[in-house]
Design a protein around this ligand. Sequence first.
Ligand code: PMP
Length: 311
Amino acid sequence: MLTQPEDNHVVWLDGAFVPWREATMHISDHHFGAGVFEGVRAYASDSGANLFRLAEHTNRLFGSARILNMRIPEQFNRDCLNQAQVDVLKRNGFKNAYLRPFVYYAGFGGLAPSTRGLSVRVAVMALAWSDAGVFGKAQQEGRSLALRTSSFARPPANAVFVKAKANANYLNGILAIEEARSAGADDALLLDQAGFVTETSGANLFLVRGGTLYTPPLTSVLEGITRSTVIALAKEAGIAVLEQQLKREDAYLADEVFLTGTAVEVVPVREVDQRQIGKGSCGPITERLRAAYVSHVRARGAYRAEWLTPV
Ligand code: PMP
């Protein structure tokens, strides 16, 4: 879980460190949600802290900006952003942390929802992460999540682009998770326009059936970095992985369902639309992949050094 920021914490803003409280925007700044961001984790290990799959997150940030045709100022290139993330952790003294790099528009652009004439700013915010929180607790206590199919669909292929991790895309996720929570579930299961399963408000979804792992194709889901990590770990463990269209009833009939994401890591789903999944607890394949994921992020056992950036 994220811990509260403190007054002595700093944010990286356009190349400089700014005290937490001074890292603000003006009320007139572009407020239509045209911006992009990332969510990155740093983990303590026996040999110091590491950022997990930093290069992939930075590449996705630049890809998201390209999709929106946002011009990131040249001096803030990938190397600069990678270094900024290492530096912001060091300056704050964080080992376990969640980072939010942002690229956003500043300035008042008039009444039309246009971005012409606005400046592009870049920031990296970091918050210390404590394992005592909701997601950490879910994993530590073997708890799991309940999903509810949403009345909100994922946008079609030619509307807002779901491959961009764009601020405005999250309005749909907010509507969906709030609806799910009102119905007593933990998160929403969003379907695409044709009714196929996509992902939740902030995580990718996997099913296990007959020992095989299934996940929706990348057509209408975010290209999750945890998703790609888990696919690699499953293949390494000799578990077959199929990326294919899935229907709600595939989830109902699954032996196991789990979610993947930088924040949730690998978390079991116990229930979809009030139908219990498997035994209603963490299944064996989910547990195996969860444990493998934790070893890799925490640099324990046989981890991949190329996925870790030392802080
Ligand atoms: N889908 C959505 C909509 C998300 O916001 C996230 C979190 N970034 C994910 C999937 C999982 O992506 P990742 O594993 O890269 O965190």
